[in-house]
Design a protein around this ligand. Structure first.
Ligand code: A3P
Length: 290
């Protein structure tokens, strides 16, 4: 029976796992079994999938989409953890009332099969990889995954990991390549691309375009109210009220698109510039950040 409950995620149960070259975490069941269940899961016609590489602004966009879906700027007692495909038990997601904003970092070839038949709307969020690295580093330091590789890491070590094949979810570059291949193979699946930076620089316009994509008729005033309700400060306070677990709080750190400049060295930045430039021609997302 569908109800309004929030599904809690037991972050203490998360542990690193790898399956067929896909590094991520597993939670309540072995990763291979879980990935099969995600593939086979039932979708509803009004589900929206929010797909992103970690630390790209997923929690931010979750709230924005949720408010647009429900036509209200009230914080609904459910968060991005509640619908996190990568870790939640898939059976339990069916307990959630519609509309659902289903969140995932999974590479697109691991999305539920039904996305293709139902032409499920996908919102794909991406962010400057430099900022993703810095945000990921801070998350590794604070997120207790009971593994020293996480808690004892340094920014240099995290940067090495970021550019390696061992990075979670195929890495920032691999995740984008996977998304692009999926999009080319499935042109009828609607995908709306949205960057952290455009949400920062022109939030009202971006929310308006997003609402149009979702098929919602909204006024510019309502879009401005959503932006205001989801400002970093407002959202951090509101989410803290809804969920006081330490893990949840790590998702609201700085909320500044330029904070990476306070952390990355010239050498880190040059490495990014080099790799992004090499990839710019075949990957328009890389080209944006050269
Ligand atoms: P920083 O660590 O750079 O501050 P994700 O939700 O994908 O894990 O992304 C987390 C990043 O988004 C964090 O970045 C976090 O602070 C930022 N963030 C969360 N809510 C935000 C908001 N309302 N506005 C801007 N940034 C936000």
């Amino acid at each position: 029976m569908a109800n309004k409950m929030k599904l809690e995620l037991e972050h203490s149960k998360l542990k690193p796992a790898i399956h067929n070259g896909l590094a991520m975490t597993e939670c309540y069941e072995p990763l291979a079994d879980h990935l099969e269940k995600v593939k086979a899961m039932q979708l509803r016609n009004d589900d929206v999938l929010l797909c992103s590489f970690p630390k790209s602004g997923t929690h931010w966009m979750y709230r924005v989409i949720d408010m647009l879906q429900r036509g209200s700027t009230q914080y609904y007692d459910r968060n991005a953890d509640s619908t996190f495909l990568d870790a939640q038990l898939i059976e339990r997601l069916s307990e959630l009332a519609s509309p659902r904003v289903l969140v995932t970092h999974l590479p697109f070839d691991h999305l539920p099969q039904q996305v293709k038949d139902k032409r499920t709307k996908i919102v794909h969020v991406y962010r400057n990889p430099r900022a993703v690295l810095v945000s990921f580093y801070h998350m590794m330091k604070t997120f207790k995954l009971n593994t020293p590789e996480y808690s004892e890491t340094t920014l240099d070590k995290t940067a090495d990991l970021f550019f390696s094949d061992n990075m979670v979810y195929y890495g920032w570059f691999g995740h984008l390549d996977n998304m692009s291949a999926y999009q080319a193979q499935n042109p009828s699946v609607p995908i709306f691309h949205i960057s952290y930076e455009e949400m920062t620089l022109s939030p009202v316009d971006t929310v308006k375009k997003l609402a149009e994509f979702l098929g919602k008729t909204v006024t510019p005033e309502f879009c401005a109210q959503v932006v205001e309700a989801c400002s970093f400060k407002k959202q951090k306070e509101s989410e803290e009220t809804l969920d006081q677990s330490q893990a949840a709080l790590t998702f609201y750190r700085k909320g500044d698109m330029n904070d990476w400049k306070n952390h990355l060295t010239v050498a880190h930045n040059e490495k990014f510039a080099k790799v992004l430039k090499e990839r710019a021609e075949k990957c328009p997302f890389s080209a944006k950040y050269t």
